[in-house]
Write a protein that binds this ligand. Structure first.
Ligand SMILES: [Zn+2]
Length: 521
């Protein structure tokens, strides 16, 4: 385990930049030698196509005047409270995603996929295990622009936050009913359709869209008639099937999720099958543009690499990120090639290096050094036991080398740290009520050095707000922050239960003592 994404120190960044060329060579070798390639992408990858992330989309005068931050706009309740705002924001994103061409990086990776991971011995063995159409390649993304589906096959793409091209009924009951009746519950937006969005207000009034959908005779009603698309079944408004913030109505694409789970299991099974043989399964994990805001992709990258290595394979994580290229967990740095770069630029460099390497012939590819370059400024502290169970949480009792704490143990804060947390809490709690609501918790976490949105924030609130009244007091906040708030999403999830127990002890001992003294355990 370890702290969440933290920016490298100056001397670390300096060394990473000095060694970038060598790391690019090794990344190219790792991909060229791999049996399996997993592409993991976050917002930074889409940004290379010129697309704005939500934060920038929302940074306009009309929203500022209404004091609407992007996380507020991205909440689904606007569909009911202010549909013009809702369809203005999501319709604007939809239009932009459609008008934007995916960048060259997609096509470079597609070339690698076709040349090295399609219809190979490994891909056939994997297919026998997962029973699907995916080869020895998968693209997993948190981006919702659906651009991966333009380039890669449907059977090899997982969009963990949904996509803007697929729409669902806003009424979960309608959706659930359809699924149980095996009727359509998600609809693809027609290709011609564009929302009419006012350039000044960014609202999308009901009425005519800017480009209507063609309605060929005999085609079923698709719901995209007006500027506010309606569910073809119940005529309530539809919404993009995207995981928004504070969103309990999003319906994931279960089939897509199942395909990914099956493929991932097949890769792990294959690593076990080849363990101890002449050649271990080699897996290259290329992670691009996954920053510290949404940690799903970073966690997945590191835990997948660790899991495969723990099962006898050789997994190398190539982390491409201009600000946060290091492994979030120190011990995982040993299997991480860190490239401090923007995504497209790095992919082009790796491609050039790989082309040069492959030109030298098979022997050169096979003998090229594909191991992560050891970094002088990032010493790896070996973990004595617990060879990695793949859960990333080390439930077996692995001790964090940097904190000396076991999973579930709560780090005691120094008086200075407590003061800092108290000051932050009081500064956020402007009305002096002694409690923070959801938005305030997010701001407090941000000021203490971490950004929580969406599911992460939901998890945090669920972990802290025991009585579910939507408010968090200082003790709850402080204990959560010390024990788990600084950790990654999966680690926080594990800690949630330890936290719950600790808080119960605290509540009981407080009640017994008749005073609000914190129980140190
Ligand atoms: Zn409906």
């Amino acid at each position: 385990m370890g702290a969440g994404p933290s920016a490298p120190k100056d001397e670390q960044m300096e060394e990473l930049k000095e060694t970038t060329d060598e790391s690019v060579q090794r990344a190219a070798a790792a991909i060229a030698q791999a049996d399996v390639l997993l592409l993991l992408t976050g917002a930074g990858w889409s940004a290379d196509s010129g697309l704005s992330v939500y934060k920038d989309v929302a940074d306009v005068q009309a929203y500022r005047e209404r004091d609407l931050t992007y996380s507020k706009i991205c909440e689904p309740h606007w569909l009911e409270d202010d549909p013009e705002l809702f369809f203005g924001f999501w319709g604007g994103c939809f239009n932009d995603y459609r008008e934007t061409r995916e960048h060259e990086g997609y096509h470079i990776v597609k070339r690698w996929r076709d040349a090295l991971f399609d219809r190979t011995k490994t891909s056939r063995t994997l297919a026998a295990r997962h029973g699907g159409a995916a080869q020895a390649f998968y693209s997993f993304t948190s981006n919702v622009d659906a651009h991966h589906l333009r380039v890669f096959g449907e059977a090899e793409v997982r969009e963990c936050h949904g996509n803007s091209e697929t729409w669902q009924c806003s009424d979960r009951a309608c959706h659930t009913f359809a699924e149980s009746a095996d009727a359509p519950s998600r609809w693809a937006a027609p290709s011609e359709f564009r929302f009419a969005v006012d350039g000044e207000t960014h609202n999308a009034p009901d009425g005519a869209p800017s480009q209507p959908a063609a309605a060929p005779a005999g085609k079923p009603q698709h719901g995209f008639v007006g500027n506010h698309p309606k569910c073809p079944r119940c005529a309530k408004c539809m919404r993009p099937s995207i995981l928004m913030f504070a969103d309990s109505d999003w319906c994931d694409d279960q089939a897509q999720r199942d395909r990914w789970d099956a493929w991932q299991s097949a890769v792990e099974e294959q690593a076990v099958a080849q363990k101890g043989g002449t050649a271990p399964l080699r897996v290259a994990i290329l992670e691009v543009g996954a920053g510290g805001n949404v940690t799903t992709i970073r966690n997945l990258a590191e835990t997948t690499a660790e899991s495969i290595n723990g099962k006898g394979g050789v997994a190398t994580l190539i982390r491409v990120n201009p600000d946060l290229p290091l492994a979030d967990s120190n011990r995982r740095q040993a299997s991480t090639i860190s490239l401090p770069s923007y995504g497209l630029a790095a992919v082009k460099k790796i491609d050039a290096a790989m082309t040069a390497l492959r030109k030298q012939g098979e022997a050169a590819v096979a003998t090229a050094d594909a191991s992560p370059l050891p970094l002088r400024t990032v010493p790896i502290v070996p973990v004595e036991s617990n060879g990695g169970d793949g859960s990333g949480s080390g439930r077996g009792g692995g001790v964090d080398p940097t904190t000396g704490l076991k999973p579930g143990e709560i780090a005691p804060s120094s008086p200075e740290q407590l003061l800092k947390i108290r000051e932050t809490f009081d500064a956020i709690d402007t009305d002096g009520s002694g409690t923070l609501d959801r938005e305030e918790v997010k701001n407090a976490a941000l000021q203490l050095g971490r950004c929580f949105i969406g599911k992460d924030l939901d998890d945090a609130m669920a972990a802290m707000d025991c009585d579910g009244n939507g408010e968090v007091d200082f003790d709850e906040f402080c204990e959560w922050w010390e024990g788990g708030g600084k950790l990654s999403a999966s680690e926080r999830f594990d800690l949630k239960w330890a936290q719950f127990g600790a808080r119960m002890d605290q509540v009981l001992s407080s009640a017994l003592a008749g005073a609000g003294i914190r129980n140190p355990a």
